[in-house]
Design a protein around this ligand. Structure first.
Ligand code: ZN
Length: 316
């Protein structure tokens, strides 16, 4: 049977100030803002999407920015580090770049024979850059970072859990993941085992539960091809005791949600139709896009959202 899940679709975090959020992900990290819309479940808040040129699945980091929100804390039951994939030869470029923007970063750590730099965004979001030679994706090269250094998309994500057995069973028995390797208490899983599909579980048996607020991840979405494969995986999960939501229309993909046994909110999102359905590929992310049901209230919604601008040109 063909795989129903083929890696990571997007990762969504809670952030603080929306302008600082846009400046960091587009300016410092050089991602493209591919969509500026609202949180469909809370229309007073932006939903911002950052990714490669078209926001392909496996590249899209998204945020709900609440200005003035309290900071959350990293802990168990959370996705604590989102890892982006960078070219192997770009490590020194990124070390210099983070220093230039006064972002404290770790010295390069070794993990499964690759080099990793770890840092946090302005809200405390855990981010890693993993230098590797196995990623053929191009990333976003139309911004302020050239192709030889640009982030290519996600490498993977770290789940910080009290125990791994039930989460491992979910990933490997129902979600097309395979165990790849273990190193220093880090258990690695993948679908193809390539950047864009890696999930690491780090065990923290006595750790404190994380507190979800600004600077923490809200959920991780895994990708499935289309609505029909989504219904298949939904049925498998329900038949195995997971409380899965009905299908929700997120305009750019369809989604179902459930909580994995370790406490992290999982989503399964379709690859179709993508971010070019309501604006031109050359102008993705420029206008505030609303779902049809919210258009009638556009004036009210816009008046409640802080004005934001794209300041990529201020970041060399
Ligand atoms: Zn999502």
């Amino acid at each position: 049977m063909a795989a129903l899940i083929t890696g990571i679709h997007h990762i969504t975090a809670i952030a603080g100030n929306p302008q600082a959020n846009i400046d960091f992900y587009t300016g410092v990290l050089g991602l493209r803002m591919v969509k500026k819309t609202i949180n469909f479940d809370a229309p007073d808040v932006y939903h911002l999407y950052f990714g490669d040129e078209l926001g392909n699945p496996g590249t899209v980091f998204t945020t709900f920015p609440f200005d003035g929100a309290r900071k959350g804390t990293k802990g168990t039951g959370e996705l604590t580090y989102t890892a982006f994939s960078i070219p192997e030869s770009s490590l020194s470029f990124w070390i210099d770049r983070l220093a230039k923007y006064n972002i404290p970063a770790s010295t390069p750590l070794s993990r499964f024979e690759e080099k990793v730099i770890r840092f946090e965004d302005h809200d405390g979001m855990g981010i890693e850059l993993i230098a590797n030679s196995q990623d053929n994706r191009t990333g976003w090269t139309g911004g302020n970072i050239s192709g030889e250094n640009a982030i290519k998309g996600f490498y993977g994500a770290t789940l910080n859990l009290k125990s791994k057995e039930l989460t491992e069973k979910l990933l490997t028995e129902f979600m097309d993941y395979k165990f790849i390797a273990e190193e220093n208490g880090r258990y690695r899983y993948g679908t193809a085992g390539k950047p864009g599909d890696i999930i690491d579980i780090v065990l923290d048996k006595n750790g404190r539960q994380g507190v979800q607020s600004a600077g923490t991840v809200h959920h991780i979405a895994f990708r499935t091809a289309n609505e029909s494969t989504q219904l298949e995986i939904q049925k498998i999960l329900i038949n195995n005791g997971f409380h899965v939501t009905e299908v929700k229309d997120r305009n750019y993909f369809k989604s179902i949600y459930f909580r994995e046994p370790g406490g992290v909110l999982f989503e399964i999102a379709t690859d179709e139709p993508g971010f070019a359905i309501d604006e031109d590929e050359a102008h993705l992310g420029e206008a505030l896009k609303l779902p049809d049901w919210a258009e009638a209230q556009r004036d009210k919604i816009e008046s409640r959202l802080a004005k934001v601008t794209l300041n990529v040109n201020d970041y060399e």
